[in-house]
Design a protein around this ligand. Structure first.
Ligand SMILES: Cc1ncc(COP(=O)(O)O)c(C=O)c1O
Length: 407
């Protein structure tokens, strides 16, 4: 069999399983987001985006855009090299200082994405620390899993957010063995939140360090947007905090914040840091402006919380089964891959509402869902249109309602 045939066969199999991904071709409208234009050949249609990870609309914040325009005019387009070979610009230095300050750490280190930061940092720690064991939460993101795999360190997977299971796995190891407990704060598909303080207690008791992915929390939680660890007053207890600049901060890039030595260690040994072109300076400048703004302004976070509560209350009133959780993520459970895709397609084609269906393998079979992310830039009209469209589609698909609807 030829390679071209193997490629075609696997694509055909993916389509037959219903797991083939189709991109929506969107053009975000600055100043009007979540409004966007959906392109399809020569046709264009207006849509409202309800599944963006630009959680606070910072991707269109005037201060962020102004900082990016100014840096572009000042420094040009690209960084021009890896961080080591002429690619470290003053905007990178300032952004790393901003991030270290955000998390109350001695230092921070930038990467080209959150994915790369997890892959490179865990890969480097796991491979360079002799005899290291990485204790990884069962629902950790693919980037953490790939980093751990790449490190070739021994891995122990503990049941999701299960302190007893984590403790059993820690207790089974010699106290002196180097150990890293790797976990997330907000888990992006269910929207549940880890008990960070209790995990730090266990790490202290069993001589482990902690590695916390706050990708879905930075900018959103804590008085200055430092994440759930800031909200819970435990940032100083977490050894490494990892985050993204591409979600609540609205730009792109990833980072770790930790001690000066630990950042220096990753900087010195991580191939995913060393051998790639640095982020463009204007991207760094935009991210720094976004972080600075959210350190001082709580308005976006408050308005987001109001919108999330409003959407949940409206879903309750019409009996739409959303997963209860303490975060900003509203998973609307469909539980059937075909209906999930049908609802998503119909929302887009008939109602101009874009919510990507989340099917297996991203979530387990039978838990297919629409992952909805209300934001401060969604208006009351947007919420009305969303609820009316979903109510019709729920009836059309003969999906069960929560008992509350009958009350
Ligand atoms: C938990 C988690 N960590 C890391 C990442 C990667 O971050 P980025 O999108 O900046 O590459 C994601 C991306 O969606 C994520 O969900």
């Amino acid at each position: 069999m030829q390679i071209a045939d193997m490629v075609a066969d696997q694509l055909a199999a993916l389509k037959a399983e219903g797991n083939y991904r189709v991109f929506a071709d969107l053009e975000r409208v600055r100043g009007a987001f979540p409004a966007a234009t959906r392109r399809s050949g020569a046709a264009a249609a207006p849509v409202t985006v309800w599944c963006s990870n630009d959680y606070l609309g910072m991707g269109q914040h005037p201060g962020v855009l102004a900082a990016m325009h100014a840096a572009l005019d000042r420094s040009g387009a690209g960084a021009g090299g890896t961080r080591n070979i002429s690619g470290t610009t003053h905007d990178h230095v300032l952004l790393e200082a901003e991030l270290a300050d955000l998390h109350g750490k001695e230092a921070a280190l930038l990467f080209t994405s959150g994915y790369v930061s997890n892959w490179a940092a865990l890969g480097t720690l796991g491979s360079r620390i002799p005899g290291c064991l990485i204790l990884s939460d069962a629902l950790n993101h693919a980037s953490m899993i790939e980093g751990i795999r790449h490190s070739r360190a021994q891995k122990a997977i503990w049941r999701h957010n299960d302190l007893a299971d984590l403790e059993a796995k820690l207790a089974a190891e010699p106290l002196e063995r180097p150990k890293i407990v790797a976990f997330e704060s907000v888990y992006s598909m269910d929207g549940d939140i880890a008990p960070i303080a209790e995990i730090c207690d266990l790490a202290d008791r069993y001589n482990a360090i902690t590695y916390l992915d706050e990708v879905h929390a930075v900018g959103l939680y804590g008085p200055r947007g430092g994440g759930v660890a800031e909200r819970d007053g435990v940032m100083d207890r977490v050894t490494v905090i990892e985050g993204t600049l591409g979600k609540a901060f609205g730009v792109v890039g990833g980072y770790i914040a930790a001690s000066a030595d630990l950042c220096d260690f990753v900087r010195s040994f991580a191939s995913g840091f060393i051998f790639t072109t640095a982020l463009p300076p204007h991207v760094a400048a935009g991210a720094a402006a976004s972080i600075r703004h959210l350190k001082h302004s709580d308005a976006e976070r408050q308005l987001q919380r109001r919108r999330v509560a409003e959407v949940r209350a409206r879903f309750d009133a019409i009996g739409l089964p959303h997963l209860p959780n303490p975060s900003h993520i509203v998973p609307l459970m469909v539980g059937d891959p075909v209906k999930c895709k049908f609802i998503s397609d119909t929302l887009l084609d008939r109602h101009g509402i874009y919510i990507q269906p989340i099917n297996y393998p991203t979530v387990p079979k039978g838990t297919e869902r629409l992952r909805i992310t209300p934001s401060p830039v969604h208006g009351a009209d947007d919420v009305d249109r969303l609820c009316h469209a979903l109510e019709d589609l729920w009836t059309q698909c003969q999906l069960a309602r929560m008992p509350r609807a009958a009350q």
